[in-house]
Design a protein. Structure first.
Lengths: 212, 334
């Protein structure tokens, strides 16, 4: 459908007003909200994610596209409920305790939302017990942890141990990321997955959630 | 054997003849703090929240190595870029009059025949905008409100030129170490075109001014900057400090052909861990020396923006020791 292509294109260009108008138009044409979401909004964000990974577009373009995506999604929200649509999965996301950095985490959130995941963003400097509580409350498929500093990376290990103690470790996949994080660190602390950038994190989270 | 300073100067000169690799920041004698730094950052302390003279809230958690801006919807200084002139009061840091004599006395004690007296200019134009607005707002406003964003950059630039002027007038340094991080480990924050639009001409103006005073420019950005590296040489950066190994340093050395020296090659975020082993650190330091040393105009160093700043002090010491070993083996200099 041409209109879905157009929605995808406008998401990539970050044209929020155009996205909202086109989404409304698509609904008036009788398209299902799920179809508009998957083949219009999320397709646009997914294509942008690939271009971001290839260094063809940069953080500002992703930010304004995410804004357009969110405004378009808001129009669809009630329709999606009526249609009984299911999300791809849920992620509890946090920058670990002691670490105030939010840039990487926020990019991951936008990219994850861009592949259709529901993200519960707990913010920065999040204590282990708050993450454990959020897992109990939201029953996510994935816990994604960010740490930018070598002094806070060990906190990712601490969160995993807290999940174990709470008897929740087997119920979720734990993803880790951040500047000092490596695959070997991920293996060492017993996390399930490490990704080096936001778009890879989103793609992997989606496949983990779908496999769950 | 050349002095650390002369060896540094030979390393950064396009036709220079250094007698060994410069060992990290060895030739750099930082003038820290100076009165402007005390004015802008003097209240920053571990375990404390500090509001700097620009109105930015900086938080330094007790167990962390440095402070960072902490933004909420309420505390952002600039909430509407179009209205920034009404929201921001730019502090008159260059007018600070106290402490210059004491600082100049410290500068006078530096052996200038062996070391470069170097002043620090932290929080560059881009960093200042995201300190003021929050990171996401700075980057989106760059795209959505380019005129207002550029206008704000001009105002910050004007202050930085005045700060450079007063630092040079009062302290007569050999070099300025100027900080502005423009990217992440694998990409720039903004497109190369956006960088060229907002930052390149302004930094050229600042660095032209610093050069007009016969002072060297060391620019710190521990980022992936490959797409703009030739531009960085064009705007007069003498040394790019923070060249992460995620950049193709060997290729850049060939491309630059001595127009700008590269300092780094050792990723601090990878090395500066409590569990880094001596062997691991030595292997990485040796790799940087062997991979990039022969290409010339390269200074092996961790990628932090001030000397000796590793969180775990043994990292810095082992890196320096390994560079010294390399110099002994390859250049027979002890």
């Amino acid at each position: 459908m041409a209109i879905l292509e157009e929605i995808s294109e406008m998401v990539q260009k970050g044209k929020a007003k155009d996205v909202v108008a086109l989404v409304n138009q698509a609904l008036e044409q009788g398209l299902l909200a799920q179809e508009i979401l998957d083949k219009g909004l999320l397709k646009g964000m997914s294509e942008l994610g690939v271009r971001f990974k290839n260094n063809e577009v940069f953080v500002p373009e992703v930010l304004i596209a995410a804004r357009a995506l969110n405004q378009g999604s808001a129009v669809l929200k009630s329709k999606l409920v009526e249609e009984g649509a299911k999300t791809v999965g849920t992620v509890v996301l946090a920058t670990v305790a002691g670490d105030l950095h939010d840039i990487g985490k926020n990019l991951v959130r936008m990219m994850m939302e861009g592949v259709g995941l529901t993200v519960v963003d707990l913010g920065v400097d999040v204590p282990d017990d708050k993450i454990v509580e959020a897992v109990k409350e939201h029953n996510p498929d994935i816990v994604a942890l960010s740490a930018l500093l070598t002094t806070t990376m060990a906190q990712q290990d601490s969160v995993i141990k807290a999940l174990q103690t709470a008897g929740l470790r087997d119920k979720v996949k734990v993803m880790v990321g951040g500047a000092p994080i490596t695959q070997s660190f991920c293996d060492k602390i017993g996390a399930d997955a490490y990704t080096p950038d936001a778009s890879s994190a989103a793609e992997l989270a989606k496949s983990l959630a779908l496999a769950n | 054997m050349l002095s650390p300073k002369d060896n540094f100067l030979e390393t950064i000169r396009s036709d220079g003849k250094p007698d060994r690799l410069v060992n990290q920041y060895e030739p750099i004698a930082m003038v820290l703090p100076d009165p402007i730094l005390i004015h802008t950052r003097g209240g920053v302390a571990r375990g404390k929240t500090f509001i700097d003279p620009w109105g930015v809230t900086l938080v330094w958690p007790e167990d962390q190595p440095a402070s960072a801006p902490f933004h909420t919807e309420e505390n952002r200084v600039i909430k509407d870029i179009v209205n920034w002139r009404n929201e921001l009061r730019i502090p008159d840091s260059p007018a600070v009059s106290v402490g210059w004599d004491e600082t100049a006395e410290r500068v006078a004690k530096i052996d200038r025949s062996r070391y470069l007296a170097t002043v620090l200019m932290p929080t560059g134009i881009f960093e200042r905008t995201h300190f003021l607005m929050g990171f996401e707002a700075a980057l989106t406003d760059m795209l959505l409100e380019p005129e207002a964003y550029a206008d704000l950059c001009d105002a910050i630039l004007e202050t930085r030129i005045r700060i450079a002027e007063i630092l040079i007038d009062k302290l007569k340094p050999d070099a300025v170490l100027s900080h502005d991080d423009w990217g992440m480990k694998t990409s720039l924050f903004m497109s190369p075109d956006a960088w060229r639009e907002f930052f390149k001409p302004r930094y050229k103006k600042l660095y032209d001014y610093i050069h007009s005073r016969d002072v060297l420019v060391i620019h710190h950005a521990d980022s992936f900057l490959e797409p703009i590296v030739p531009d960085m040489a064009e705007i007069g950066i003498d040394v790019w400090q923070g060249a992460l190994p995620q950049n193709d340093i060997a290729r850049l050395q060939k491309e630059l052909d001595g127009r700008m020296a590269l300092m780094g090659g050792l990723d601090s975020a990878y090395l500066d861990r409590p569990d880094s082993t001596e062997e691991e650190i030595r292997i990485e330091a040796r790799r940087a020396c062997e991979s990039y040393g022969p290409g010339g105009h390269f200074i092996p160093s961790t990628t932090y923006g001030v000397p000796g700043d590793t969180i775990y002090p043994h990292i810095d010491q082992i890196v320096s020791d390994e560079i010294e070993r390399y110099n002994k083996e390859v250049f027979h200099i002890s």
